[in-house]
Design a protein around this ligand. Structure first.
Ligand code: AMP
Length: 175
């Protein structure tokens, strides 16, 4: 890990047993609380996508909005939210997926992506990959050209990449 990325990794806070027993929650808010570190994350993502001719950044509810919104704004391109079901007001395309206990559904506006548009999906953390896999299906069903999915943190032991076969996956910090 280079020293800039090490600084980011050192700033992460692991909270045991949140939101339920047995989960080690990776809290990114210490990075957001430090303007230099927050900017560092955004700059790393910008460098990677600056010259790719992207049309839009797709951010996943909710922490994906923080990084995705900043990156889209700096690139001067569209930002598209994927939200938990029931939050988007217009016509949606929905995708359900299994969680450790139960299931979840995420949604995107049907007119959010035009066929052939080049997009990158951003979220804060890749865990089991269920959320990201559903997001990738939503983007592709709308005809989006999904260049890559990018995460600040990847929990490698959960093998989220296995659920995302066929997609390019990038993460800044691997734990
Ligand atoms: P998954 O679908 O299992 O890859 O979970 C990914 C989503 O859940 C991301 O939006 C993360 O923000 C959140 N998440 C899952 N596990 C954790 C964790 N251990 N720490 C922080 N966030 C998590």
């Amino acid at each position: 890990m280079n020293s800039a990325i090490q600084r980011l990794a050192d700033a992460l806070r692991t909270v045991p047993d949140f939101p339920k027993p047995g989960i080690q929650f990776i809290d990114i808010t210490p990075i957001l609380q430090n303007g230099q570190l927050f900017r560092l994350v955004i700059n790393l993502m910008l460098e990677r996508y600056m010259k790719k001719g992207l049309d839009a950044i797709v951010g996943i509810d909710a922490r994906g909005f923080i990084f995705g919104g900043a990156v889209a704004n700096q690139l001067g391109i569209a930002f598209i939210p994927i939200r938990k079901k029931g939050k988007l007001p217009w016509q949606t395309l929905d995708k359900s997926y299994e969680l450790e206990y139960g299931s979840a559904t995420i949604s995107i506006h049907k007119d959010a992506i035009k066929r052939g548009q080049k997009v990158v999906v951003i979220d804060d953390l890749l865990a089991t990959g269920g959320t990201a896999a559903a997001a990738s299906e939503l983007v592709k069903e709308l005809g989006g050209d999904l260049l890559e999915m990018t995460f600040l943190v990847e929990l490698e032991f959960l093998k989220g990449r296995d659920k995302l076969a066929g997609n390019n996956i990038h993460s800044i910090i691997q734990l």
